[in-house]
Design a protein around this ligand. Sequence first.
Ligand SMILES: CC(C)(COP(=O)(O)OP(=O)(O)OC[C@H]1O[C@@H](n2cnc3c(N)ncnc32)[C@H](O)[C@@H]1OP(=O)(O)O)[C@@H](O)C(=O)NCCC(=O)NCCS
Ligand SMILES: [Zn+2]
Length: 187
Amino acid sequence: MDLFIHPTAIVDDGAQIGAGSRVWHWTHVSAQAKIGERCSLGQNVFVANDVVIGNNVKIQNNVSVYDAVELDDEVFCGPSMVFTNVYNPRSAVPRKNEYRRTKVHRGATLGANCTVVCGATIGEYAFIGAGALVRSDVLPYALMVGVPAKRKGWMCQCGERLRGTGRTVCTCGLAYQTTSDACELAP
Ligand SMILES: CC(C)(COP(=O)(O)OP(=O)(O)OC[C@H]1O[C@@H](n2cnc3c(N)ncnc32)[C@H](O)[C@@H]1OP(=O)(O)O)[C@@H](O)C(=O)NCCC(=O)NCCS
Ligand SMILES: [Zn+2]
């Protein structure tokens, strides 16, 4: 599997990008970034130095993955969504030593134009709706929408809402045990 880097992209010397990944127009990957296999970095994406990105991650157009952001395997970043790393920026006050980390667990989706305030951990397969504002930790499989984001329900690994309570089987066949504050795969 070949690595594809569009001629307009800038990949700084030392950047690690795994086999089968694609880096599209005008994207910039910094020297110490670590990116896994089979990833797609759309147009005008920026990846900073202190960034680790897993395998099969899709980053749509116009997303900056700033220092202190970590994306596990199969995370989806919708177009123009926003990460942050300084909690309370002031132009006149240097805060480079105060970055708060953002960790996005396996399979999570971050919808178009959403914002993740730094310091949040997003659980596996959580689904952040388009335009949402996330400012605290998100439970695995949670569907979060709005400003500020609130949980509307639970979302299957396949991206369909889980309807019902207790043991719930998705149309795709995966079964879950849900309560009012947790959702996990069930046998
Ligand atoms: C979440 C989403 C998948 C819809 O899922 P769904 O299961 O069809 O959910 P529904 O449309 O039934 O919505 C459930 C509730 O959440 C609300 N809702 C859904 N998406 C919302 C959003 N992005 N912002 C605010 N509210 C939202 C609905 O209004 C509804 O509220 P109600 O129960 O009070 O009526 C979709 O709205 C969304 O945000 N998709 C992301 C698209 C995207 O960013 N793609 C990027 C790649 S192009
Ligand atoms: Zn499903």
